[in-house]
Ligand binder design. Structure first.
Ligand SMILES: Nc1ncnc2c1ncn2[C@@H]1O[C@H](COP(=O)(O)OP(=O)(O)O)[C@@H](O)[C@H]1O
Ligand SMILES: [Mg+2]
Length: 391
């Protein structure tokens, strides 16, 4: 059995200290050390420990604590840091992560969230490799609405399901303003909020019966919650946990991400293997996309994780594809042609573009994009199929 991990809590708030200590002691795997009066003492103690966790509340004296976190993360490899704050902003989360913290939680602390953060920390501390999941999470993102995200997410997800016959989950993260149910003409019985309330009960059967299966395909849809209040109750950590669970059952997760840098959305983007940054060929859209790339850089995302998807492409556009690449400083991954008539007809009827006209330039483009993405799994299946035929 694993030894208890020595844990130091630093918080200026007595109540937070107390609650953290109580939860940590309840979890049993952690030995909470007595309170320390100064940073040097904490530093020396952490340095002397074989493996340790430093839980630090930065609601007060934020700057000094961020410097301290940076020092610990640089000097003491065997100490993993969990940061808490009562004022979580994107900027702060970025700074905390850059300082080397492993996890971030908003205060007041929620027991289940603390538990799952500690689980991640434990895996890092004991180098437990996460189960190598075959699942690919692909987020369709733009920080502007009306650019074609939902059209792409819904059509691409369906084409992936048809192409690969693998289970594909399509998740609407546009809390309260989601369009996927309209685009796909669905009235799902359950939504993401229900799923998150039942995270502890979830297994394969629960998932497949809760997500809405699209017609007879292997596409399953998880809709946005219908009430604002429900959306507010959702935390970034729950989103991360939801993805961890979905990964066990699905081969692909396509996320219609929100057009914002809200912490929930950042959690989804962080979990993603691939982010399609959707843009169109005009300068305001390109400037916005540049800003997104800058933020992704600050979040420490690998450059290859974000790929440009040029929507509504026209060969004779004033701003050419080459101009787009010059402005963005990278290659365009895929171009989806402009076809307002087919797209609108699909949306108005609540059907995918391939049902409006499978030979239309947009339907062909989505199909080919799905084929390109369905690399490993699809090829593996084909190889298996052919080997069976040959044998
Ligand atoms: N390839 C395309 N060609 C022409 N119009 C498109 C294309 N993709 C999307 N649109 C149109 O753009 C509008 C916004 O699309 P939508 O998918 O709702 O964007 P978002 O989810 O980013 O707000 C819709 O009217 C849709 O028909
Ligand atoms: Mg949308």
């Amino acid at each position: 059995m694993q030894n208890k991990v020595s844990t130091i809590i630093l918080s200026d708030n007595m109540q937070t200290q107390k609650v953290l200590r109580m939860y940590l002691e309840e979890f049993e795997n952690y030995e909470v050390l007595p309170e320390f009066s100064d940073y040097l003492e904490i530093y020396d103690t952490l340095l002397s420990l074989d493996k340790s966790i430093f839980v630090v509340d930065i609601s007060n004296n934020c700057e000094i604590k961020l410097d301290f976190i940076l020092k610990i993360s640089k000097d003491i490899q065997n100490c993993k840091i969990l940061v808490l704050s009562d004022n979580p902003s994107v900027d702060l989360i970025v700074r905390v992560m850059r300082a080397g913290a492993k996890e971030f939680l908003a205060l007041p602390v929620i027991k289940t969230e603390l538990m799952s953060a500690l689980q991640n920390i434990n895996e890092a501390l004991f180098c437990v490799a996460k189960r190598d999941s075959k699942c690919k999470i692909i987020s369709i993102f733009s920080n502007k609405g009306g650019i074609g995200k939902t059209s792409i997410a819904s059509n691409l997800a369906l084409e992936l399901a048809k192409t690969t016959k693998e289970k594909v989950a399509l998740i609407d993260l546009n809390f309260q303003l989601g369009d996927i149910t309209t685009f796909m003409d669905l009235k799902p019985s359950f939504n993401i909020s229900y799923m998150l309330q039942n995270l502890d009960k979830i297994n394969d059967d629960f998932l497949l019966s809760t997500l809405e299966q699209y017609k007879q395909t292997s596409l399953y849809i998880l809709a946005d919650p219908p009430y604002f209040k429900q959306a507010d109750d959702i935390s970034p950590r729950q989103i991360t946990r939801l993805f961890e669970i979905l990964k066990e059952t699905f081969s692909y997760i396509i996320v219609d991400a929100e057009s914002s840098f809200d912490a929930k959305n950042i959690a989804a983007l962080t979990e993603s293997d691939l982010i399609f940054l959707v843009t169109i060929a005009n300068l305001p859209a390109l400037r916005n996309s540049q800003r997104c790339i800058e933020l992704f850089d600050r979040l420490g995302f690998d450059r290859n994780k974000t790929q440009i998807l040029l929507n509504r492409y026209m060969e004779n556009d004033e701003v050419s594809a080459q101009d787009v690449e010059n402005v963005m400083g990278c290659k365009i991954y895929w171009k989806i042609p402009n076809n307002y008539f087919t797209m609108m007809s699909a949306i108005n009827k609540g059907i995918p573009v391939s049902d409006v006209n499978p030979d239309s330039n947009v339907a062909v483009s989505y199909r080919n994009l799905a084929l390109q993405l369905a690399d490993n799994i699809y090829r593996d299946n084909l190889i298996k199929k052919f080997t069976n035929i040959i044998n």
